[in-house]
Ligand binder design. Structure first.
Ligand code: NIG
Ligand code: FE
Length: 391
């Protein structure tokens, strides 16, 4: 049995309220033991079991937190849209239409090029503390290109999402319902074996309520779990639809009515907020405080994609959530770890208590508060994934 003791932890965030105060279950002056890829002990240094053998790592008083769970990413793409970003910063508005440029570049790319891009971004995310990342298709939009995207994604993560309903591709501009039928039939047949989730961009310029419902219904019938890009650019039916279909998550949720919030609060659907998208599209941030005060479970994710949010950096998203969305540093960290796990309906990640996957991040700081307090600095000193030191 391979085991590792991380000793001399200044503050250990476990996300297990039984182990320490608050939802973060923080243990001061702590130790953490991994064996065979899982957490086998977490507690105060004074109680570290004598028998703890194996490797010993001295954290030197620094903080250790659960690895981030980034539950929303679009990593299978080619090219970038830096010029579109610059145009936005000069006053142009973001619209769903920009996706078409990435679709053309992605279709033209080789599988090796797409694969290298996914590997690069997963590695980049890992180095900033993300130990689990979801990955969507959605820049292929043909049966073959969507299947190819999912096959690539599945080589890098088990959280794979079929997003054939990202936008209507140019060749179906005059017959969008025909495209929806393709997504729900042949495309789904080819893609479902490679995915765990189905997602739809329910938004003006993408898919309306009826089309989105058709896509979700077809995905659920094939055994996929539902997720929805909801209410990103304007108020619309996405959040209600997500709740109605028992989606694991409604994502973006930037424009919400009281009815939307009440529906989320009374459901198992997590609201996944993506503040880096508002940052990069210069749009108003979602009001996390309003959601949290109503009892909605909130996740934070990076939404890495070349159009609306070209970052994998969760500490950056935490800083934005704290500064711009009314979240406390504790809430933001919980949402980026346990919240992400809830949004993926996973109980083995997002926490550092016995039985959890040994995914942990060593911060270059004595406390997790520094994630938002020291924005933009290299705050991650080390990463363990399934008990192995990977960064
Ligand atoms: O989550 N909203 C839809 N999809 C992406 C953006 C895609 C793009 O602009 O390429 C998002 O923000
Ligand atoms: Fe997205």
């Amino acid at each position: 049995m391979s085991s590792t003791l991380i000793d001399n932890i200044g503050a250990l965030v476990t996300n297990d309220p039984a182990l320490g105060p608050g939802p973060l279950g923080v243990i001061e002056d702590a130790g953490l033991i991994f064996a065979d890829g899982a957490v086998v002990w977490a507690g105060p240094r004074s109680a570290i079991p004598q028998a703890a053998a194996g490797e010993r790592f001295d954290a030197g008083g620094r903080a250790v937190i659960p690895g981030f769970v980034d539950s929303h990413a679009h990593l299978v793409f080619a090219g970038d849209r830096a010029a579109e970003f610059a145009a936005r910063m000069a006053g142009r508005r973001y619209s769903a239409g920009g996706i078409a440029g990435t679709v053309a570049a992605t279709r033209a790319a080789t599988t090796a090029q797409l694969e290298a891009n996914v590997a690069r971004l997963v590695g980049e995310a890992l180095r900033s503390g993300t130990t689990t990342i979801e990955c969507k298709s959605g820049y292929g939009l043909t049966v073959e290109d969507e299947r190819r995207g999912l096959e690539i994604a599945a080589r890098h993560t088990s959280e794979v999402t079929f997003l054939g309903a990202h936008v209507v591709p140019a060749e179906f501009r005059d017959s969008p319902d025909q495209y929806v039928r393709l997504v729900c039939a042949e495309m789904l047949d080819a893609c479902a074996p490679h995915a765990r989730w189905i997602d739809v961009f329910c938004e003006r310029g993408a898919f309306d309520a009826e089309q989105s419902a058709e896509v979700l219904r077809a995905g659920l019938a094939r055994g996929l779990g539902a997720r929805v890009h909801a209410n990103q650019l304007a108020h619309g039916p996405g959040v209600q639809l997500a709740v109605e279909f028992g989606a694991a998550s409604a994502d973006h949720v930037s424009h919400c009515s009281d009815g939307d919030i009440a529906a989320l609060a009374g459901s198992d659907t997590v609201a996944t907020l993506l503040p880096a998208a508002e940052f990069s599209t210069r749009a108003p941030y979602p009001d996390a405080r309003r959601l949290l005060d109503a009892g909605v479970t909130v996740a934070l994710a990076a939404d890495c994609n070349p159009g609306s949010s070209y970052t994998t950096n969760i500490p950056f998203c935490i800083a934005l959530a704290v500064r711009e969305m009314g979240m406390t540093p504790d809430e933001a960290l919980w949402s980026a770890t346990m919240g992400g796990a809830r949004a993926l309906r996973r109980s083995d990640i997002g926490r550092l208590s016995v039985g959890a996957r040994a995914d942990a991040v060593l911060l270059a700081a004595p406390s997790h508060l520094h994630l938002a307090y020291r924005p933009g600095v290299a705050i991650v000193d080390g990463v363990w994934q399934r008990g192995l030191r990977v960064c």
